[in-house]
Design a binder for this molecule. Structure first.
Ligand code: PGA
Length: 244
C-alpha cells in the first residue's frame, strides 16, 4: 500500500546533464518501483527537466525544479519563468533554499516566486531554517517566523509545502534531534493555523537525511516527507530512505 510521504530528491548541481540522465536511466526501473510505494519527486538541474519530463510521462514519478524566476516572462537574462515549469509538467518547485538565500535571494523575491508558481498551479516547496550560529543562540523559532510570516500573508495561499531545513544540517551529516524537529513542526503548524485555518499544508524535513536517521524521523508527528540532497544520488541509500 502507498504511504502518504513525499520524498523530494534535490539533485542540486552535483551532476552534469549527461550524468543526470545516466543516473536516471541506470535506476529508472527501481525509481518507478519506489513510486508505487511513496510519492517520489525528482528535482534535477534546469537542463534535464525537459528530457526527464518525457521519461516520467507514463510513470507515477513526479518532477520538480530547484528554483524559478520571481518575474513574469520578460527581459530577465538567465531566468526561468514558472510558466515554463508548468508547461513541461513540473508538479513542484523549490523556493528559498538556503543555498540561494545565502547568495542574496530575499524574502520579497521568495514571496513573488510563490505567487508566480500559484499562477501556474505548480506547488511550491518553501525552505525555511536557521544557520548554525542562530541555532546555537536558540533563535530557530524567531528566524523561521521571520521567513514564514510574509509568505502567510499571500492572499490566495491555498496549498503549501514547507521544508524545515536547518542550514547547518545541509550536506554535513549533522541533524537536529527528532524532538527538535517535532517542536519546529508544531511551531510551523501554529503559525500557519493562526494566519489562516483553511490553508492546506504539508511539512517536510531536509538536511542530511540518511538510512541511519530516517526511521526515527519517520516517527515525527505530522511529518509529510523529506527533502533529500546528496543521498538522493546514492541510489542504494535513497532506496533505503524510502523503504525503511
Ligand atoms: P542534504 O541536502 O540532504 O545533502 O543535506 C538537503 C537539501 O539541501 O535539500
Amino acid at each position: 500500500m502507498k504511504d502518504s510521504l513525499l520524498y523530494a530528491a534535490n539533485w542540486k548541481m552535483y551532476l552534469s546533464f549527461n550524468q543526470e540522465m545516466q543516473f536516471f536511466n541506470a535506476h529508472k526501473k527501481q525509481l518507478i518501483e519506489l513510486s508505487q510505494q511513496s510519492t517520489i519527486a525528482l528535482l534535477p538541474s534546469f537542463v534535464s527537466l525537459v528530457p526527464l519530463a518525457q521519461e516520467l510521462k507514463s510513470t507515477h514519478l513526479k518532477l520538480g525544479a530547484q528554483d524559478c524566476s520571481s518575474e513574469l516572462p520578460g527581459a530577465y537574462t538567465g531566468q526561468v519563468p514558472a510558466q515554463s515549469l508548468s508547461q513541461i509538467g513540473c508538479s513542484y518547485c523549490l523556493v528559498g533554499h538556503s543555498e540561494l538565500r545565502k547568495l542574496g535571494q530575499s524574502t520579497d523575491q521568495i514571496v513573488q516566486k510563490i505567487i508566480r508558481l500559484y499562477e501556474q498551479k505548480v506547488t511550491p516547496i518553501v525552505c525555511v531554517g536557521e544557520t548554525e550560529a542562530e541555532y546555537k543562540q536558540d533563535k530557530t523559532t524567531h528566524v523561521i517566523r521571520k521567513q514564514l510570516l510574509p509568505i502567510l500573508e499571500i492572499p490566495y495561499l491555498k496549498k503549501i509545502i514547507i521544508a524545515y531545513e536547518p542550514a547547518w544540517a545541509i550536506g554535513t551529516d549533522k541533524t537536529p534531534h527528532a524532538h527538535e524537529i517535532t517542536d519546529v513542526f508544531s511551531y510551523l503548524s501554529s503559525c500557519i493555523k493562526d494566519a489562516d485555518n483553511n490553508v492546506e499544508y504539508m511539512l517536510l524535513y531536509g538536511g542530511s537525511v540518511s538510512q541511519s536517521n530516517i526511521k526515527e524521523f519517520k516517527k515525527i508527528p505530522g511529518i509529510g516527507g523529506f527533502l533529500i540532497g546528496h543521498n538522493s544520488l546514492d541510489f542504494q541509500e535513497f532506496e533505503k530512505i524510502v523503504s525503511l
